[in-house]
Design a protein around this ligand. Sequence first.
Ligand code: HEC
Length: 207
Amino acid sequence: MRIPLLIASAVFSAFIMTSAFAQASKDNTTLTTKRYLPEYTKSGDLILPKGYAEWVFVGAPVTPNSLNGGKAPFPEFHNVYIEPLSYAIFKKTGKFPEGTIFFKELQLVTKGQHPDGSSTEPSGRGFFPGKLNGADVTVKDSKRYADTGGWGYYNFNHHEPKAATAKVLPKEQCAYCHIASAKFDDVWTQFYPLLDKQALPQGAAGK
Ligand code: HEC
C-alpha cells in the first residue's frame, strides 16, 4: 500500500513543479519583452539601472577583504549581470550591442569565525554571501564613450544604499584595466563561461 502513495506524491510534486515553471517562464516573458536601455539625467549622469537583480547572471568572482590585507580594491563577491535582451542579441551575433549594460553588484561575505574571514556552514568551509555593498556599472556606447574604449564606467557607491545616479569615470580610474586585461571587448568573459563560449573569436569584436 505504500507504493501507490509514493507514486501519488511524485505525481503531485511534478504537478507543483510544472506549475512553478510555467509561472516562472510567464514572468520571464513579461520581464524580457522590452530591452532596458541606459537612462540619463538632464545633466548626463547615468540613472541606476532598473530591474538588474532579475537580469542574466553570468558570474561571481570573490575577493574578500580578508584575503586582500583587510582592504580589497573591489570588496567581496562581485555578482555580474547582463541586461537580458542585450544578452539575446549577443547570443546571436557574438558582439555586445550598443546600449548593453553590465551590472556588478558587490556583496560582502558574512562575518566568518575563522581568521581568514571564512565560515563553516552545513555545505562546508568557505565564503558566504552577506550584505549588499554598492555596485559598478558599464554601458556600451561607442560614440558617447569613445575616450574610454566604447564603454562608460560608473560607480553607484561601495556601500548601501546605492546612489540614484552616477557620473562617468575617467579612463585612469576604470577603463585602463579593462582595456589592458579583459578578454573580449573590454569585458572579462574569461570569468563568465556563458559569455565566453558565445564571443566572436579574438580580434573579431569589431574594434
Ligand atoms: C585593476 C583592474 C580593474 C579596474 C581598475 C576596474 N576593474 Fe572592473 N573588473 C575587473 C575585473 C578583474 C573584473 C572581472 C570580475 C571581477 O573580478 O569583479 C571586472 C568586472 C567589472 C564589471 C563586470 C563586467 C565586466 O566587464 O566583466 C563591471 C561592471 C566593472 N568591472 C566596472 C568597473 C568600474 C565602474 C570601475 C571603476 C570604478 C572598474 N571596473 C575598474 C578589473 C578592474
